[in-house]
Design a binder for this molecule. Structure first.
Ligand code: BTN
Length: 235
């Protein structure tokens, strides 16, 4: 796939720019920035985006798929970015359902997929990918849970090499037969977890992840399906 490229030294959020751009753009495009002043994560959280040490990338891609496949775009991207980083570093990259990549138990990358719709059809998918590439001083609350590629393997990867490898792995977004690999990399299958729902917190066991990318859990002896949400592993 070909992409028009936009780069900024500083921007609020590459996803916000991409969402605006998608309103008038006909072609696929990517947006990168050296620094994001308001990098966004899922559920309105912020994504720590210091200058120069991370890759802040949004991919705007026209996909002719039904809007309810947005979760598949996230899970497919997670597999492709994991593969891309593994190809470049040799590190073992794991997936934490649904959109986070981990190395050695710490978060390395987050993915935020947003849809632009026209006549209730998906027009553009905006796939935001934030990867901690170089060593950086994380704020205190992230120090024990976040890491970077350089910290884990001492390599200072060039951003363009990472972008090219990710785009190569994403290919034409065929999204066939990738769920087995998603599950292989997922470290919460079979684990006891705490589910942090908007209105309550409860304990459950993860049985599986289905082809839609939904989490199949057992709670009080009954099977339930979670389409989104936050989970943490019980220690
Ligand atoms: C998460 O951890 O919940 C997802 C983080 C996604 C961060 C990326 S960085 C590039 C793009 N622009 C944003 O504002 N967010 C995404």
């Amino acid at each position: 796939m070909d992409y028009i490229r936009y780069h900024f030294e500083e921007i609020q959020s590459t996803n916000d720019f991409a969402k605006e751009k998608a309103k008038t753009e006909e072609n696929n495009f990517i947006v990168t920035a050296a620094f994001q002043s308001n990098g966004r994560g899922r559920k309105g959280r912020s994504f720590f985006s210091p200058k120069g040490s991370g890759l802040y990338l949004s991919i705007g891609v026209k996909l002719d798929i039904s809007p309810d496949k947005i979760t598949n775009i996230t899970t497919y991207t997670a597999v492709c970015v994991a593969k891309a980083l593994e190809n470049l570093t040799g590190l073992k990259v794991d997936i934490k359902w649904v959109n986070d990549l981990y190395v050695n138990g710490k978060k390395l990358c987050g993915i935020l997929t947003e849809g632009i719709f026209k006549d209730s059809k998906l027009d553009f998918a905006i796939i935001g990918i934030g990867i901690n590439i170089l060593k950086t001083s994380f704020p205190e609350e992230l120090q024990s849970i976040a890491t970077s590629i350089e910290t884990e393997c001492n390599k200072k990867l060039a951003q363009d090499a990472v972008i090219d490898e990710i785009l190569k792995c994403l290919g034409n977004f065929e999204m066939n037969d990738y769920m087995e690999e998603y599950k292989r990399r997922s470290f919460i299958i079979g684990k006891e977890i705490t589910v942090l729902a908007p209105d309550k917190t409860y304990l459950a066991k993860v049985l599986d992840i289905d082809n839609e990318g939904y989490l199949i859990i057992e709670r009080n002896g009954k099977k339930e399906i979670l389409s989104s949400g936050d989970v943490s592993i019980r220690k």
